[in-house]
Design a protein. Sequence first.
Length: 123
Amino acid sequence: MTFKRCSKCQQAWQTREEFLEDPAVVLVGYQTNFGELQLGFLLFNHDCRTTIALEAGIFTDLYDGPVYTERRTGCEECPGYCLYQSELRSCPAACECAYVREVLQIVMKWQKRDGSSAAHKKA
């Protein structure tokens, strides 16, 4: 079974790990779904000049830290990162959305096959 296939060039990745390890795939954005966070999209550019969108829920098992139950968007402690698709920083707020921001950090730092990324790889 194929994990994902590029709609433009038809490149196929058999597993999530193979996809994340591919140096031709780069995380470039996150499109928030405030109603159902796991239905938000992580946006990846592929070197064939297309963008691949994958639901956040596919990656949430990579994070094992705290998950808050209250959304703090718009509160004083909220930096508003979720409002900007290309903003990938971690969020300091104790907000239900913050864990997805941590997932973004894990994905961004994933070890690429050629070693060009930070040294993180989930076993």
